[in-house]
Ligand binder design. Structure first.
Ligand code: PRP
Ligand code: MG
Length: 211
């Protein structure tokens, strides 16, 4: 039988996710932090771990290229992926905020230019305020935009607040909280139910102990 495939966001959140899997007794033999490999198997090859960009995890899961995803809710909302969101893993806690240069206010009666990696989330937030925005879709270092004059405001993830602080920006409005979720492909949830429930139960156990 094909292994059950788990898609994991690489980069900053990867370590916590791997630690959680390890704590749940799920080990990927040749994984180590400095590896450049993108595919790993557990000992009996029933599980396959693949590493990808966070924003691609919900896509792989929606399309069934991965059965399970471990990914930030930011990426799930932004991609609007049609997947089952099963469990909050209690890691990767942060929030979406609107930020701008210190001392600048956030007007509610005019169109704004927003720099962001998350145009859908930005648009949804300002739609609710009946405010039109123009988004500048960026891929990183979003905090630069107001400093250099590319956009007056940004919508981005805030974790410690250090990046905002060190760049002279501040939060003007909070949008919503985010954490890492366990997501499942809708077909796999039925066809690979036993294997998925097995992984899920092990993770649930660790999450309930740690929270
Ligand atoms: C993320 C996010 C913020 C920062 C938030 O960026 O986009 O910039 O981390 O964390 P903090 O509140 O603890 O400072 P990341 O470091 O992933 O880089 P990127 O935006 O350039 O991709
Ligand atoms: Mg950033």
């Amino acid at each position: 039988m094909q292994p059950v495939t788990i898609a994991l966001a690489k980069g900053r959140p990867a370590k916590q996710s791997i630690d959680l899997l390890e704590a749940a007794g799920i080990h990927f033999e040749d994984f180590h932090e400095k590896t450049r490999k993108l595919v790993f198997f557990n000992k009996d090859k029933t599980l396959r771990l693949i590493f990808l960009k966070g924003m691609d995890v919900p896509i792989y899961v929606e399309k069934g290229a991965a059965d399970i995803g471990i990914v930030g809710r930011d990426n799930i909302i932004e991609t609007e992926a049609d997947v089952y969101e099963i469990l909050d893993l209690g890691i990767g806690k942060c929030k979406f905020s609107v930020a701008g240069k210190k001392g600048v206010s956030l007007p509610d009666n005019q169109s704004l230019t927003i720099g962001t990696k998350y145009p859908n989330i930005a648009k949804n937030f300002f739609d609710k305020r009946n405010q039109t925005i123009e988004t500048v879709h960026l891929n990183g270092s979003v905090e630069l935009a107001p400093l250099i004059g590319l956009a007056d405001y940004i919508v981005d993830i805030v974790e410690t607040g250090n990046t905002l602080h060190e760049n002279g920006l501040e939060i003007l409005a909070d949008i919503e909280t985010i954490s890492t979720k366990f997501i499942v492909n809708k077909a796999s949830f039925v066809t690979r139910s036993k294997e998925i429930q097995d992984v899920l139960k092990k993770l649930e156990q660790v999450v309930s102990e740690e929270n």
